[in-house]
Write a protein that binds this ligand. Sequence first.
Ligand code: HEC
Length: 105
Amino acid sequence: MKRMISIVAAVLVLGFPSAASAGRPDPEAGKEIAKVVCAACHGLDGISLVANYPNLRGQKVKYLIKQLEDFRSGARQSPLLMYPVAQKLSDQDIRDLAAHFANMK
Ligand code: HEC
Protein backbone atom coordinates (compact mmCIF):
# COMPACT_ATOMS: atom_id res chain seq x y z
CA MET A 1 0.00 0.00 0.00
CA LYS A 2 2.78 2.38 0.95
CA ARG A 3 4.60 1.49 -2.24
CA MET A 4 1.46 2.12 -4.26
CA ILE A 5 1.09 5.55 -2.73
CA SER A 6 4.67 6.47 -3.49
CA ILE A 7 4.28 5.36 -7.11
CA VAL A 8 1.17 7.48 -7.46
CA ALA A 9 2.96 10.40 -5.84
CA ALA A 10 5.92 10.00 -8.19
CA VAL A 11 3.64 10.02 -11.20
CA LEU A 12 1.88 13.13 -9.96
CA VAL A 13 5.15 14.92 -9.36
CA LEU A 14 7.01 13.83 -12.49
CA GLY A 15 4.13 13.67 -14.90
CA PHE A 16 3.78 10.88 -17.40
CA PRO A 17 6.57 10.27 -19.87
CA SER A 18 5.01 10.95 -23.26
CA ALA A 19 5.49 7.41 -24.61
CA ALA A 20 3.46 5.89 -21.80
CA SER A 21 0.88 8.62 -21.59
CA ALA A 22 -2.24 6.70 -22.50
CA GLY A 23 -4.92 9.31 -22.59
CA ARG A 24 -2.92 12.44 -22.10
CA PRO A 25 -3.21 14.56 -25.24
CA ASP A 26 0.03 15.67 -26.82
CA PRO A 27 -0.52 18.56 -29.26
CA GLU A 28 3.06 18.29 -30.54
CA ALA A 29 2.48 14.68 -31.60
CA GLY A 30 -0.80 15.79 -33.17
CA LYS A 31 1.02 18.49 -35.09
CA GLU A 32 3.39 15.93 -36.60
CA ILE A 33 0.51 13.73 -37.80
CA ALA A 34 -1.39 16.76 -39.07
CA LYS A 35 1.58 17.95 -41.14
CA VAL A 36 1.88 14.62 -42.90
CA VAL A 37 -1.72 13.40 -43.11
CA CYS A 38 -4.20 16.26 -42.72
CA ALA A 39 -2.53 19.36 -44.14
CA ALA A 40 -3.13 18.46 -47.79
CA CYS A 41 -6.86 18.84 -47.25
CA HIS A 42 -7.31 20.93 -44.11
CA GLY A 43 -4.31 23.26 -44.58
CA LEU A 44 -1.04 23.44 -42.64
CA ASP A 45 -2.58 26.12 -40.44
CA GLY A 46 -5.93 24.34 -40.11
CA ILE A 47 -7.56 26.62 -42.68
CA SER A 48 -8.54 24.71 -45.77
CA LEU A 49 -8.12 26.08 -49.27
CA VAL A 50 -10.91 23.96 -50.74
CA ALA A 51 -14.54 25.02 -50.41
CA ASN A 52 -15.85 21.57 -49.36
CA TYR A 53 -13.10 20.89 -46.83
CA PRO A 54 -13.84 22.28 -43.37
CA ASN A 55 -11.46 24.45 -41.34
CA LEU A 56 -10.21 22.79 -38.16
CA ARG A 57 -8.24 25.63 -36.59
CA GLY A 58 -9.55 26.58 -33.15
CA GLN A 59 -12.32 23.98 -33.22
CA LYS A 60 -13.33 22.54 -29.82
CA VAL A 61 -11.51 19.44 -28.52
CA LYS A 62 -14.66 17.46 -27.76
CA TYR A 63 -16.17 18.16 -31.13
CA LEU A 64 -13.00 17.15 -32.98
CA ILE A 65 -12.69 13.90 -31.01
CA LYS A 66 -16.34 13.04 -31.64
CA GLN A 67 -16.09 13.68 -35.38
CA LEU A 68 -12.91 11.64 -35.76
CA GLU A 69 -14.37 8.73 -33.78
CA ASP A 70 -17.55 8.90 -35.86
CA PHE A 71 -15.62 8.94 -39.13
CA ARG A 72 -13.57 5.97 -37.90
CA SER A 73 -16.65 3.95 -36.97
CA GLY A 74 -18.59 5.05 -40.04
CA ALA A 75 -21.29 6.71 -37.89
CA ARG A 76 -20.44 9.92 -39.76
CA GLN A 77 -20.25 9.15 -43.45
CA SER A 78 -17.32 10.23 -45.54
CA PRO A 79 -16.50 7.00 -47.33
CA LEU A 80 -13.94 8.38 -49.75
CA LEU A 81 -12.13 10.98 -47.69
CA MET A 82 -12.32 10.90 -43.90
CA TYR A 83 -13.20 7.23 -43.42
CA PRO A 84 -9.91 5.89 -44.83
CA VAL A 85 -7.93 8.57 -43.00
CA ALA A 86 -9.62 7.88 -39.65
CA GLN A 87 -9.09 4.10 -39.95
CA LYS A 88 -5.39 4.67 -39.36
CA LEU A 89 -5.81 6.77 -36.22
CA SER A 90 -5.49 5.32 -32.71
CA ASP A 91 -7.44 6.77 -29.79
CA GLN A 92 -4.25 8.52 -28.76
CA ASP A 93 -3.72 9.98 -32.26
CA ILE A 94 -7.25 11.38 -32.16
CA ARG A 95 -6.67 13.05 -28.81
CA ASP A 96 -3.34 14.44 -29.99
CA LEU A 97 -4.83 15.80 -33.20
CA ALA A 98 -7.79 17.35 -31.38
CA ALA A 99 -5.44 19.06 -28.92
CA HIS A 100 -3.32 20.35 -31.78
CA PHE A 101 -6.16 21.90 -33.78
CA ALA A 102 -7.96 23.24 -30.70
CA ASN A 103 -4.73 24.92 -29.55
CA MET A 104 -4.44 26.89 -32.80
CA LYS A 105 -6.29 30.10 -32.08
C1 HEC B 1 -8.33 13.73 -48.64
C2 HEC B 1 -8.70 14.94 -47.93
C3 HEC B 1 -8.73 14.89 -46.42
C4 HEC B 1 -7.73 14.48 -45.58
C5 HEC B 1 -6.37 13.92 -45.93
C6 HEC B 1 -8.22 14.72 -44.24
N1 HEC B 1 -9.48 15.24 -44.27
FE1 HEC B 1 -10.68 15.67 -42.67
N2 HEC B 1 -12.19 16.13 -43.91
C7 HEC B 1 -12.15 16.12 -45.27
C8 HEC B 1 -13.46 16.43 -45.81
C9 HEC B 1 -13.86 16.52 -47.27
C10 HEC B 1 -14.31 16.63 -44.69
C11 HEC B 1 -15.83 16.90 -44.70
C12 HEC B 1 -16.48 15.55 -44.70
C13 HEC B 1 -17.98 15.58 -44.79
O1 HEC B 1 -18.63 15.84 -43.77
O2 HEC B 1 -18.48 15.32 -45.86
C14 HEC B 1 -13.48 16.45 -43.51
C15 HEC B 1 -13.93 16.59 -42.22
C16 HEC B 1 -13.14 16.53 -41.11
C17 HEC B 1 -13.58 16.82 -39.77
C18 HEC B 1 -14.97 17.28 -39.34
C19 HEC B 1 -14.97 18.79 -39.35
C20 HEC B 1 -16.29 19.41 -39.00
O3 HEC B 1 -16.36 20.64 -38.98
O4 HEC B 1 -17.25 18.69 -38.71
C21 HEC B 1 -12.52 16.65 -38.96
C22 HEC B 1 -12.47 16.83 -37.46
C23 HEC B 1 -11.40 16.24 -39.80
N3 HEC B 1 -11.81 16.18 -41.09
C24 HEC B 1 -10.14 16.00 -39.32
C25 HEC B 1 -9.10 15.51 -40.10
C26 HEC B 1 -7.83 15.13 -39.58
C27 HEC B 1 -7.42 15.24 -38.12
C28 HEC B 1 -7.08 14.69 -40.63
C29 HEC B 1 -5.69 14.10 -40.58
C30 HEC B 1 -5.51 12.95 -39.71
C31 HEC B 1 -7.90 14.81 -41.81
N4 HEC B 1 -9.12 15.31 -41.45
C32 HEC B 1 -7.50 14.47 -43.09
C33 HEC B 1 -11.04 15.85 -46.06
C34 HEC B 1 -9.84 15.35 -45.60
